[in-house]
Design a protein around this ligand. Structure first.
Ligand code: F6P
Length: 367
C-alpha cells in the first residue's frame, strides 16, 4: 500500500520546524525502514499552513506548484540547521465560523489524494487537525510553540531556543545596564503564559520576574528595587512576560487586531513597568521588547534533537494508524496523546510550585 503524507506548519514560526519536516520526510522515505513496512510513502509539504490547503486549486498546475512541494531526502537534507519554516506558515483557521472554509479544505484534501496529514503547530493548528480527524481525515500532530503552554506535552518545539535567546540578550544588556547603573525591563513573548519569562529570567539571574499567572503590585516591585539599591550591584534586570498585568488591570494590548482564531495581540507592559519605576523611585529605567527575535535564528541543540524525535515518531504513528493524536514528551520519553486533550486548554505556570510570590521570581525551594 502507498500513502501520501502531507506535512504543514501553522501559527507563529520558530526554530525546530524545519528539523521536524526533515525527519518526517526522512523517516517516511528511509529505504531500510521501508523494507520492513507494509506501507510506503510519498511526502509533500503544504506551503503556508492551513491557508495553503484551503487556497490551492488542485486543477491548476501553477497553483499546485505554488502550494504543494514534493519532499525527498535530498530536498530536506540541510533543513534541520535552519530556523523558521521553509514551507511558510499562516494563522488561517478554516473552521472560523465567520468565514468557514472547511468544505473547501476537505475537498482539496480529497482531490490532492492526501492520505494523512502531519500538522506541526500549537493549540490552534492542532485544533484544526483535531476537527479534521473528527471528520474522518487521518491526522497526527507535532507540538510547537515558543510559549511552552501546550497541554499534554512537557515540550513543544521552539521553547528552548527562545529561552537561550532571552538569556543571550540579557547577558548583553547587563554590561550596559551596569555601566549606567540602570534598571532594564525586558519583555518576553508567551501570550497568556509565563513560561518564557520565568525560565528565561531564571537562567539569566533576573532580579524580578513578572508573569501573567500572578498579577503584580507595582509598589511591591518598587519596594524590591529600593531594597536592593546600593546593596549588591547598581543595576537590576526585570523580566516581564508580555501577558503580565498589574493587580486589578487587564493585559496590555499592542493593537485591536483579533486573529482568525480569536486571539488578541498582547504586549507593551515593559514600557509601563519602566515608566512607573522611574516615577515612583526615581531610578533610571529603560525597557526593551525582545519580540520576534525570540523566534529567530538557528535552533538550539535541544530543539534539533526534539525535532528529530518528534518527526520520526509522527511517521511511526501513521504506520501504526495512531491518528487523532500528537507526539508528546512525557517524563523525558517520547509518547503520544489525543489531540482532543490539547485544545481549548492552556498549560499555565503553576504558581504554587514554581513562583515565589514574595520575591516575584522563581521559587528557591525545590522539595
Ligand atoms: O504564540 C507564539 C507567539 O510568538 C506569542 O508568544 C506572541 O504573542 C505571538 O505569537 C505573536 O504573534 P505574531 O507572530 O502574529 O506577531
Amino acid at each position: 500500500m502507498k500513502m501520501k503524507i502531507a506535512v504543514l506548519t501553522g501559527g507563529g514560526d520558530c526554530p525546530g520546524l524545519n528539523g521536524a519536516i526533515k525527519w518526517v520526510t526522512k523517516s517516511a522515505l528511509d529505504p531500510r525502514i521501508a523494507a520492513n513496512r507494509s506501507v510506503s510513502f510519498d511526502v509533500v509539504g503544504i506551503a503556508d499552513g492551513w491557508r495553503g490547503l484551503v487556497e490551492v486549486d488542485p486543477a491548476d498546475k501553477k497553483s499546485c506548484d505554488r502550494y504543494i512541494k514534493y519532499l525527498d531526502e535530498e530536498v530536506v537534507r540541510t533543513w534541520d540547521r535552519y530556523g523558521g519554516t521553509n514551507l511558510g506558515t499562516s494563522r488561517t483557521n478554516p473552521f472560523n465560523p465567520k468565514n468557514d472554509r472547511s468544505e473547501k479544505l476537505l475537498n482539496n484534501i480529497k482531490k490532492l489524494g492526501i492520505d494523512a496529514i502531519v500538522a506541526i503547530g500549537g493549540e490552534d493548528t492542532l485544533g484544526v487537525a483535531y476537527k479534521l480527524h473528527e471528520l474522518g481525515i487521518k491526522t497526527v500532530g507535532i507540538p510547537k510553540t515558543i510559549d511552552g503552554d501546550l497541554a499534554g506535552t512537557e515540550y513543544s518545539l521552539g521553547f528552548d531556543t527562545a529561552v537561550n535567546i532571552i538569556m543571550e540578550e540579557i547577558d548583553r544588556l547587563r554590561t550596559t545596564a551596569g555601566s549606567h547603573g540602570r534598571i532594564f525591563v525586558v519583555e518576553t513573548m508567551g501570550r497568556h503564559a509565563g513560561w518564557l519569562a520565568l525560565r528565561g529570567g531564571e537562567c539569566s539571574g533576573a532580579y524580578i520576574i513578572l508573569i501573567p499567572e500572578y498579577p503584580f503590585d507595582m509598589d511591591k516591585v518598587c519596594e524590591l528595587l529600593r531594597e536592593r539599591k546600593g546593596r549588591e550591584i547598581n543595576y537590576s534586570i526585570i523580566v516581564v512576560a508580555e501577558g503580565a498585568k498589574p493587580q486589578g488591570r487587564q493585559e496590555f494590548l499592542k493593537n485591536n487586531h483579533i486573529d482568525d482564531f480569536g486571539h488578541v495581540s498582547v504586549g507593551g507592559i515593559a514600557g509601563y513597568v519602566a515608566g512607573e519605576i522611574e516615577k515612583k523611585t526615581g531610578l533610571e529605567s529603560r525597557h526593551i521588547t525582545l519580540s520576534h527575535l525570540q523566534r529567530g535564528g538557528t535552533p538550539s541543540a535541544h530543539d534539533r534533537i526534539m525535532a528529530r524525535w518528534f518527526g520520526i515518531a509522527a511517521v511511526d504513528m501513521i504506520v501504526k494508524e495512531d491518528f487523532g493524536r500528537m507526539v508528546t514528551l512525557e517524563k523525558g520519553e517520547i509518547g503520544t496523546a489525543p489531540l482532543a486533550g490539547v485544545i481549548n486548554k492552556l498549560k499555565l505556570v503553576d504558581v504554587g510550585k514554581y513562583y515565589d510570590t514574595d520575591r516575584y521570581n522563581g521559587r528557591r525551594i525545590i522539595f
